[in-house]
Design a protein. Structure first.
Length: 139
């Protein structure tokens, strides 16, 4: 990711998200990405329920995380998110997590989602409404 996404959602590390070493358990970063993804869709004005209403669902096809540093209990994190690429039947969320107040990069990653017909579960074109909402927000 070349530039920090403008959207972020603040998140405070809870004790149960840490491991025996005292830092955030690695798998929780994917949960943080998912929270960032949902909050991003709220910010752009096109939420998951809108997609379902249009008869379209999405499946996560791929997820990755690159760990840069550690976060600990009670750290304040900013989960930056955006849709960085929209293809024909898939789109890619990009993430960067920064620890505050130093704005220290903790993790980066992505989630690739495939859009499918909600009834048949066959791939369909990414809804134009989502494309337009992203374009308006990201400009």
């Amino acid at each position: 990711m070349s530039q920090k996404p403008k959207f972020y959602h603040p998140l405070r590390v809870r004790y149960n998200e840490t491991d025996a070493q005292g830092h955030v358990f690695f798998a929780n970063y994917l949960n943080y990405f998912d929270v960032g993804l949902l909050e991003y869709t709220r910010a752009i004005g096109y939420v998951y329920a809108d997609m379902l209403t249009a008869g379209v669902d999405m499946f996560y096809a791929e997820a990755s995380c690159q760990y840069k540093w550690r976060a600990y209990f009670d750290d304040l994190l900013h989960v930056h998110a955006r849709i960085g690429h929209i293809g024909n039947t898939s789109f890619t969320f990009e993430f960067a997590i920064y620890k505050q107040p130093a704005d220290e990069l903790i993790a980066t990653g992505q989630i690739v989602a495939v859009t499918v017909d909600a009834r048949t579960e066959k791939p369909v074109r990414v809804p134009d409404e989502l494309r337009e909402a992203v374009a308006r927000f990201e400009q």
